[in-house]
Design a protein around this ligand. Structure first.
Ligand SMILES: [Zn+2]
Length: 268
């Protein structure tokens, strides 16, 4: 069942879209700061995106990272509105040349059609007078950025936040990067998070502090169990239970064991 729900928070507007309303990750928030759009939703729900942006003026499209649920309608929206697309330099080739999509990703979100973004600069000025500062926050993906609006203390977090306690990692996520990025971002002054999957999150600084503390405590616990002779599989079952549906459907591309293994291998 397609989800399409509009929202307004302060002067940020937008729409929540997704072909399936199964979990936070199956729907995506597209945020609009005036005529500046942040992320574009999954390609398999292009109809909802088209309906929302019909008759709306868009001047620029910013991507937090290349994943299909964020970049999936960038080419379409750019063609529809004439607006240029911007992404971190590390995502440009992936977006231009394409990147591998697994079957479960194709089913839930679809494949991103090729798009040729321009590299993000030091800061993005919006026509409505805001400044959005891209902050490189790799870990979830190498090209991941957050956008900080320093005057309003808004932080558009893409997939940096998701929840204070995540239970699964993608196979290609890097916990060392996550930890560094959380420490970097916590050096900035912000209050409200605009999370691509959770939506508006108040007490944003506190929530990201919680997430960092959770990772550090989890690393300690996992390493303690491993030192006591337990395998990554045994630790995963003890901390997170049996492998869930997502682990099976994604053939372990998304699983708790990925997170446990990263706790063992990351540098803290
Ligand atoms: Zn992502």
């Amino acid at each position: 069942m397609t989800v399409i729900r509009t929202f307004t928070h302060d002067s940020v507007t937008g729409v929540k879209v997704g072909k399936y309303n199964l979990a936070d990750n199956s729907t995506v928030h597209i945020f609009c700061v005036g005529e500046t759009v942040i992320d574009t939703g999954p390609p398999n729900d292009r109809k909802s995106v088209a309906r929302y942006f019909e008759g709306r003026s868009v001047r620029q499209i910013l991507l937090t990272h290349h994943h299909e649920d964020h970049s999936g309608n960038a080419a379409f929206l750019s063609r529809m509105t004439g607006a240029p697309v911007f992404a971190h330099p590390l995502g440009l080739e992936l977006l231009r040349e394409g990147f591998p999509i697994r079957m479960y990703q194709k089913v839930f979100w679809g494949s991103t059609p090729a798009v040729s973004p321009e590299p993000l600069g030091e800061a993005v000025a919006t026509p409505c007078g805001h400044t959005l500062v891209p902050i490189h926050t790799p870990g979830h993906s190498p090209d991941h950025v957050c956008f900080l609006e320093p005057d309003r203390k808004w932080l558009f977090t893409g997939d940096l936040f998701l929840a204070p306690k995540v239970k699964m990692f993608r196979a290609d996520e890097d916990l060392t990067g996550h930890l560094k990025s959380l420490k970097t971002i916590l050096g900035y002054d912000f209050e409200t998070l605009f999370c691509a999957h959770k939506g508006v999150v108040e007490n944003g600084h506190g929530m990201l502090e919680k997430k960092l503390a959770y990772y550090l405590a989890l690393i300690e616990e996992v390493r303690g169990m491993h030192a006591a002779g337990r395998t990554p599989g045994e630790i995963t079952r003890a901390l997170f239970g049996k492998k869930g549906l997502v682990g099976y459907i994604s053939c372990n591309h998304m699983s708790s064991e990925n997170l446990v293994r990263q706790c063992l291998s990351c540098s803290v």
